[in-house]
Write a protein that binds this ligand. Structure first.
Ligand SMILES: *Cc1c(COP(=O)(O)O)cnc(C)c1O
Ligand code: SF4
Length: 399
């Protein structure tokens, strides 16, 4: 099975591919951003080393020190404020009827733009996690308003088969549960696990069977950002899960140089649909540390949505959202109260999350004029920019 490569093995693989010179660049980026390095041999095989600067797989998993940009001044380790919205450790609640269960801290691969680097460490926490899950399930059973749980991470693809069964079964026992989702990179990073690890396949198949028997809608949410990521094995794996009874939905992060053009995005949607996956969300990248070079401005997301809509069936067209800074939740990219291209600040309302607060999205500094970039670097002008944006959004007569 194509296991995540250790750092030494990655070094050997890159040397073997005549790309030894990128190793110090990759390790340098990792030590500057504090993000772990992780990729599978399957994905490594898909990288075109002759154009590695622009390769969509390399950009996502193996950032180079020389391409990093300074973080935006409003960047934070936990941009969505997930760590402070936890009714129980590892349980994130932003919406009235649904919650995220962050089951573990590791993934089969590590993404350069991950919003959850406050949690995802690359280490394992095998010893303590069962205890955490038990208290999360207890918190859920004490709160019947939550009818929808997403098991995320890290990535569920790093669970043991018996752990997935235990967790899934415990959640299915909640009398009010209506929807159960599993979020993963597994179908692109390591689809072969479904064919080579019989216990894993059985655990997934059994979970879908039990969910359906109880009338719980069950889905796998597939994180995929480029058409090249869903290969033949990915298609087979998707088919297997669909046959087992899962609904498959896609989640894509809009990334500069990877999928921020109409052709790449259209091709991605085609590959998603071909795999039987329902296109669900395209997110703008969050304000997470070390991700600045991959972020796009909101205008790019708005433009791409505008151009994509109509190119294919409406039910095959994903919704473009930004997950607002500080935990306002997902907002349609067109639904801002105010968007100032000069400061790069967009302001959103989020009535369900908090009717009395406004939430921000910030364009990358690279997209702003030099004088404005300069203003952002000064703490006093920076605060004034934010305050003005919030005031002007609340009161449209302010210019
Ligand atoms: C995205 C998210 C959900 C699920 O939202 P949907 O729009 O229903 O997919 C639930 N909880 C949290 C904290 C989320 O970030
Ligand atoms: S697989 Fe998901 S949780 Fe893991 S690093 Fe990538 S985006 Fe983050």
């Amino acid at each position: 099975m194509s296991r995540p490569l250790t750092q030494a093995a990655l070094g050997q693989q890159l040397e073997h591919r005549g790309a030894a010179w990128v190793v110090p660049e990759i390790l340098g980026a990792s030590s500057r951003t504090g993000r772990p390095v992780g990729i599978t041999a399957r994905l490594l095989d898909r990288i075109d080393w002759s154009r590695l600067e622009r390769d969509p797989i390399r950009l996502q998993y193996l950032p180079l020190l020389s391409e990093l940009e300074d973080d935006h001044p409003l960047c934070r380790l936990d941009p969505l404020a997930e760590s402070s919205h936890q009714p129980a450790p590892g349980l994130v609640r932003r919406y009235p009827d649904r919650a995220l269960l962050l089951a573990l801290r590791s993934c089969p691969v590590y993404c350069a733009f991950c919003t959850r680097s406050w949690l995802v460490s690359g280490g394992t926490d095998q010893g303590s996690r069962r205890e955490r899950w038990r208290s999360a399930v207890e918190a859920l059973s004490a709160d019947p308003s939550i009818q929808d749980v997403t098991i995320s991470g890290g990535d569920i693809w790093r669970l043991e088969a018996d752990e997935l069964s235990w967790l899934g079964e415990s959640l299915l026992e909640l009398p009010v549960l209506d929807r159960l989702r599993l979020a993963t990179r597994g179908l692109t990073a390591q689809p072969e696990r479904l064919f080579e690890d019989g216990a894993w396949r059985q655990a997934l198949v059994d979970l879908a069977t039990r969910a359906r028997a109880r009338g719980v809608r069950i889905a796998v949410h597939v994180h995929v950002n480029h058409g090249i990521e869903l290969d033949e094995d990915g298609l087979r794996a998707s088919g297997l899960l669909i046959d087992a009874g899962y609904t498959l939905r896609s989640q894509t992060v809009l990334l500069r140089g990877v999928n921020d053009d109409l052709t790449a995005l259209h091709e991605l949607i085609r590959s998603i649909v071909r795999a039987g996956i329902q296109p669900y969300y395209v997110y703008t990248a969050d304000l997470a540390p070390g991700a600045e070079h991959l972020r796009t401005d909101l205008a790019t997301a708005v433009k791409l949505e505008k151009c994509l809509r109509g190119m294919t069936a409406g039910f095959d067209t994903p919704t473009f959202v930004c997950d607002t800074l500080g935990g306002g939740g997902k907002r349609g990219v067109h639904s801002f109260e105010r968007y100032d291209r000069e400061t790069g600040l967009a302001v959103f309302e989020s009535p369900v999350v908090n009717p009395d607060r406004l939430y921000l999205h910030c364009d990358p500094l690279r997209t702003l004029e030099p004088a404005m970039r300069q203003a952002w670097t000064q703490p006093s002008t920076r605060d004034a920019l934010v305050q003005h944006a919030l005031r002007a959004a609340a009161c449209p007569t302010i210019p």
